[in-house]
Design a protein. Structure first.
Length: 73
């Protein structure tokens, strides 16, 4: 039996199945390390910055993403 992609899509839709977008999450994230960063490391950095009358700035590589997935699965 050969079915076109459109036919398969229609059958799946009739069965109540829909395309799903993958969840965006950091798989390698360690919750314990995140908690330590929030409760210990970052407050120490904030205190040091305040003592030096400095600003803390955050940047990211938003234009350079190797894990970006826009489509559905």
């Amino acid at each position: 039996m050969n079915l076109s992609a459109v036919s398969v899509g229609r059958i799946l839709h009739r069965l109540g199945l829909t395309p799903q977008r993958p969840l965006r999450r950091a798989i390698e994230q360690d919750p314990a390390l995140v908690e330590r960063w929030r409760n210990t490391d970052f407050p120490a950095i904030q205190r040091e910055a305040q003592a030096c009358n400095a600003l803390i700035l955050f940047g990211d590589e938003a234009g350079i993403r190797s894990d970006y997935h826009r489509g559905t699965t």
